[in-house]
Design a protein around this ligand. Structure first.
Ligand code: KG4
Ligand code: ZN
Length: 345
């Protein structure tokens, strides 16, 4: 079954053609990072304007690269939650229009479920149950996954998502937007340990996360103890001297976050008696996280799997991929289905 997938949940505009849930014929992503860079983050209004300009060319490119026409499409899958509401509505409206005019079924999927699913596209032998950690700009969530259609939330961030923490720390370090990749590059030139940030474990048995404390520790380290509290610099803090270089701070921050992410994923799998752990979402593209995740799962006698980088960050192939399983189960959407800013869990 050939599905067209569409994702406009955040700033990237993406369309993909995927056969039977995992054979990717095309996966086109248009990123407009340069439009958001000056603002240090994603501006919803700009993201929406970009989707309107880019969606039709991206759809055409996806068809051309796949060597197919609109008439070949057997169902349309689209992200309808969670994300920027205006951005979601643009993709959803396009998907409804195509499904209606082509007279094919419409499937709506949750973006976080798509990040979980993305690992299956390159690992067809991946078996349930497993624990998936989704680490993106909006989520740091642990799920117990028992089928393509069912997963249960077992741990989550209490404040900043991992990607959000990477982006904010990059801004503090003057590394610019988007932060995750820039932190990884800066950290590659240094060893962690020149400064020490406390790992936030939140209690012995907690599967939840909190990264706002590390972010504040980085801020204080770089700008002095009173950073952010007062516009006036107190006498004792007139010339704050960072004790470590920017690269060393980036390396230590990355290591602290990675350590917590990895240890909680392994603990979560042990808790639900799963023997496999997986990753998904933009932060899963981080090389240190992937290495530490692989090493820790092997040490714990567990299998691990993660998507290639292009399937970690936002893309529509994962939407068409998961959409296939919804279609196969007869879970179609009505044409009056709405978008929602929050996840279903
Ligand atoms: O999944 P994604 O593309 O969009 C959301 O659904 O949020 O994730 C984007 C997030 C951003 O916060 C970005 O800084 C982070 O993923 N990211 C990374 C890396 N590449 C992207 N974080 C750490 N290391 C990376 N290499
Ligand atoms: Zn995402």
């Amino acid at each position: 079954m050939l599905l067209l997938g569409i994702d406009t949940s955040c700033d990237d505009t993406s369309a993909a053609l995927v056969e039977d849930g995992s054979r990717i014929l095309s996966n086109v992503v248009s990123s407009r990072v340069e439009l958001h860079r000056d603002f240090g983050g994603i501006v919803p209004e700009i993201a929406c304007r970009s989707h309107i300009l880019d969606l039709v060319p991206v759809l055409e490119a996806a068809l051309t690269q796949a060597g197919r026409t609109l008439q070949d499409i057997q169902a349309v899958a689209v992200t309808n939650r969670p994300g920027l509401i205006g951005a979601l509505l643009i993709g959803l409206t396009a998907a409804k229009t195509l499904a209606y005019t082509l007279d094919v079924p419409l499937v709506t999927v949750d973006h976080v479920s798509c990040h979980i699913y993305s690992v299956h596209m390159e690992h067809p032998d991946l078996e349930f149950p497993y624990v998936s950690m989704v680490v993106s700009g909006g989520h740091t969530h642990l799920y117990h996954c028992t089928s393509h259609l069912e997963h249960c939330l077992i741990g989550k961030t209490l404040d900043d998502a991992a990607g959000e923490a990477f982006d904010k720390v990059a801004a503090i370090l003057g590394l610019g937007y988007p932060g995750g990749r820039n932190i990884e590059r800066a950290a590659a030139d240094a060893q962690p340990g020149a400064v020490r940030f406390k790992r936030p474990y939140l209690g012995k048995d907690s599967l939840d996360f909190s990264f706002s404390g590390i972010k504040t520790a980085v801020l204080y380290h770089v700008k002095g103890q009173n950073a952010g509290r007062s516009r006036r610099t107190p006498r004792w803090d007139k010339k704050p001297q960072p004790r470590a270089s920017m690269q060393q701070v980036a390396a230590e921050f990355q290591e602290a976050v990675v350590e917590v992410l990895v240890s909680k994923s392994i603990a979560a799998a042990a808790r639900v008696n799963a023997h496999t752990v997986t990753l998904g979402g933009g932060v899963a593209a981080n090389g240190s996280l992937r290495q530490a995740f692989a090493a820790a799962s092997e040490k714990a006698g567990m299998r691990h799997a993660f998507p290639s980088s292009v399937l970690c960050t936002d893309n529509a192939a994962m939407v068409a991929g998961l959409g296939y399983h919804y279609a196969a189960a007869g879970r179609y959407a009505d044409l009056n289905v709405d978008a929602a800013a929050t996840s279903w869990q």
